[in-house]
Write a protein that binds this ligand. Structure first.
Ligand SMILES: [Zn+2]
Ligand SMILES: [Zn+2]
Ligand SMILES: [Zn+2]
Length: 54
């Protein structure tokens, strides 16, 4: 599942169900390269489905 620590500027995530695409234009500043520093789990969903990275 994609979390904000996986995302870099310019990355695109999309919904496999409806096809919507979101481009990342700003990143989370609380997360290091591979670890999430967020207090709560970050979930990106559309249509009840987790968005996936292109
Ligand atoms: Zn986050
Ligand atoms: Zn984060
Ligand atoms: Zn969708």
């Amino acid at each position: 599942m994609v979390g904000c620590h996986d995302l870099r500027k310019g990355d695109v995530i999309y919904c496999p169900d409806c096809g919507i695409e979101l481009t990342i234009t700003a990143v989370c500043e609380e997360c290091e390269e591979n670890s999430c520093g967020c207090e709560h789990e970050c979930v990106f969903e559309c249509c009840g489905t987790p968005l996936v990275q292109k």
